[in-house]
Design a protein around this ligand. Structure first.
Ligand SMILES: [Zn+2]
Length: 261
């Protein structure tokens, strides 16, 4: 066992941070951004880009699908907001464009995808529920991606139905969210039922047993936690009040590879 101290800043870092109209992104992401597809100007955080590419490889996806928008700086998000306001008005803009500082695109963990065709709408690209796009959608959770703004969840997410917007949250969180019909907002409440050290949420990925649990941030000097260091583990802040801990119990023959982070 070893003891880790998680700082209060770490609450606002990691693959699972919730960024929406009430939870602002505190730190601008600039490091570890890489192009998503070959010769693409669309950037994502390194691990999200690697898993997106391996999913696309599996379905030969980059032949038919194009990245429309990945990481955005604060000023780019401001520009998109201003342009949309001018062109489409307030109601449309509030439905489909996040207020600067509150866009998932600023995390480098979100991507808008479009079916490759002559005309592509930048704000509402076409990504239908059939063909290659649906094939992508069905496989996305196994690679750590969720369709972030599904139909019917507009009241919870605060964003209109966006079939084209995918968010990297990592494995196994994307599967847990999808299998339980959750969105990232409700997952944050769901996982609080599984407090670290008591009762984890247990699931299986690639023959590894995974324990997921919530750890509340405590104290001004950080949160101390005892970790079984014989296990692979990852910790992400939730950008609200604590951390989500993921522990992987794998056999030697079954290393989770890329999916572990
Ligand atoms: Zn988007």
């Amino acid at each position: 066992m070893k003891t880790l101290t998680l700082t209060n800043r770490q609450v606002h870092n990691g693959n699972l941070i919730l960024v929406n109209s009430t939870h602002r992104l505190l730190k601008q992401t600039t490091s570890e951004l890489v192009p998503t597809a070959l010769q693409s100007g669309t950037l994502l955080q390194r691990q999200a880009a690697a898993l997106l590419n391996s999913l696309m490889q599996q379905i030969d996806g980059w032949k038919y699908i194009v990245p429309v928008s990945g990481w955005r700086s604060f000023s780019e998000q401001q520009q998109i907001w201003d342009d949309s306001l001018k062109e489409n008005g307030m109601e449309f803009t509030q439905t489909y464009v996040a207020v600067p500082g509150h866009s998932e695109h600023q995390t480098g963990l979100a991507i808008d995808l479009a079916l490759k065709q002559e005309h592509i709408d930048f704000i509402c690209p076409e990504f239908p529920y059939d063909g290659i796009c649906q094939k992508f959608r069905m496989l996305a959770p196994a690679y750590g991606f969720i369709e972030r703004y599904p139909k019917g969840a507009e009241m919870i997410t605060g964003i209109g139905h966006e079939p084209w917007h995918f968010r990297y949250v990592g494995v196994p969180h994307a599967q847990i969210i999808t299998e339980n019909g959750l969105v990232l907002e409700s997952y944050m409440d769901f996982i609080k039922n599984y407090e670290y050290g008591f009762k984890p949420y247990i699931t299986t990925v690639d023959n590894c047993e995974l324990y997921v649990s919530y750890l509340p941030a405590s104290g001004v000097s950080g949160t101390r936690v005892m970790i079984d260091d014989s296990m692979l583990y990852s910790i992400s802040g939730n950008n609200i009040d604590g951390f989500i801990m993921t522990e992987w119990r794998c056999t030697h023959e079954n290393k989770p590879g890329l999916k572990w982070a």
